[in-house]
Design a protein around this ligand. Structure first.
Ligand SMILES: Nc1ncnc2c1ncn2[C@@H]1O[C@H](COP(=O)(O)OP(=O)(O)OP(=O)(O)O)[C@@H](O)[C@H]1O
Ligand SMILES: Cc1ncc(C[n+]2csc(CCOP(=O)(O)O)c2C)c(N)n1
Ligand SMILES: [Mg+2]
Length: 320
């Protein structure tokens, strides 16, 4: 058994690495496994993401929100690569007791997302499944050269868009955990309706050099490690600079509320990116916060100037 109670020796990222090494042989050009989306010749960006009942949502939740989020999380991967999402395929796996009303709700939420993100549904598949799932595949076009996870260089500044932690707070409210917050519906909404960071990404690419990017889905500490690993670099990050939910103060150490949500909650769909340039503190009305630097090797976390032991912090979501 591994830490997640699963019998997998490799775990989620071990398996991906194994598939990449053994099966991910380049055949027709492009860039394959290892980034938020594949890059095809001609600047096409191609990504897939599934939502599974019991893993990503519960069937008791409002399905409009699940439908919206199913596209938003795919759109976010295209945006993190520096592109515009254009077309989507939808595969629905429906159980016999799921019910028409719930599926109708899912489709209404998806329709809202298709309009908001200007994406066209072009096809899909409908199958029976004991566990309800929705798998979406989105294709889009890069604005210019695609932004990879592997482009970060020592000396680059690390930035993050928007605010981290609100989606995970919304999740815990949905799961009925005891999170005392004055506006619970605000966090639940942020969980179901992640805004696209396409406008800020487009402006960043027009005006500045962006060396690497990833969308924050597993949790900040897990996702910044993907940039570090793919780029073969380290980092120095001042944790107290990370942008958390406005109005939620407190937490004297990063192991306390609300810092655990900010650092490791996940499903934020903000963009973590690096640039050799000093950037403005907001673009397209979205805050941009500098949180540290890329270094040659060592991964160092600081808390108010003092080194903070990374092992004391949860690392973010892994499936198994
Ligand atoms: N079963 C698989 N077969 C082939 N490639 C895979 C498989 N699972 C994941 N990958 C690839 O591994 C890389 C990392 O996948 P991962 O799901 O962690 O990233 P992601 O799609 O950005 O995540 P998120 O959807 O949470 O933003 C991606 O390039 C993805 O295409
Ligand atoms: C019922 C329920 N329990 C837990 C979670 C949290 N969760 C699930 S997957 C994931 C990481 C991103 O997913 P992926 O890596 O598949 O893109 C997170 C943070 C949830 N949304 N619903
Ligand atoms: Mg991603």
């Amino acid at each position: 058994m591994n830490q997640k109670g699963s019998h997998s020796v490799y775990g989620e990222f071990g398996w991906i690495q194994r598939i990449r090494t053994l099966l991910g042989v380049p055949r027709h050009g492009g860039i394959g496994i290892g980034d938020d989306a594949a890059v095809l010749p001609g600047g096409w960006l191609w990504t897939t993401d599934a939502l599974v009942e019991g893993v990503h949502f519960l069937s008791s939740w409002p399905m409009e929100g699940v439908g919206y989020k199913s596209l938003a999380c795919n759109v976010s991967d295209i945006v993190a690569m520096g592109g515009k999402p254009l077309y989507v395929l939808l595969t629905s796996g429906l159980s016999s007791d799921f019910g028409d009303e719930k599926y109708e709700g899912f489709l209404m939420g998806l329709d809202k997302a298709l309009r908001d993100f200007d994406v066209a549904l072009m096809g899909g598949d409908t199958v029976r499944s004991e566990t309800v799932f929705f798998s979406l595949t989105v294709i889009g076009q890069a604005f210019s050269t695609p932004v990879l996870r592997s482009g970060a260089r020592p000396g680059d500044i690390i930035y993050v868009t928007g605010v981290l932690g609100e989606s995970a707070l919304g999740l815990d409210i949905l799961l009925g955990k005891n999170v005392a917050l004055s506006q619970p519906e605000k966090y639940v909404n942020r969980h179901f309706y992640p805004p696209s960071r396409i406008a800020v990404m487009k402006k960043l690419l027009e005006k500045y050099t962006i060396s690497a990017a990833i969308d924050c889905s597993d949790g900040f500490l897990a996702d910044i490690d993907h940039i570090a690993e793919e780029s073969g670099v380290g980092y120095e990050i001042e944790l107290s600079r990370l942008p958390g939910p406005i109005g939620l103060s407190g937490g004297k150490t990063p192991t306390e509320f609300p810092w655990t949500y900010i650092l490791s909650g996940g499903e934020d769909y903000e963009i973590i990116f690096t640039s050799p340039e000093v950037l403005p503190s907001s673009l397209a009305d979205i805050p941009i916060t500098s949180i540290g630097y890329i270094t040659p090797y060592e991964k160092k976390l600081l808390w108010r100037g003092e080194v903070f032991e990374a092992d004391l912090l949860p690392r973010g979501y892994t499936h198994f």
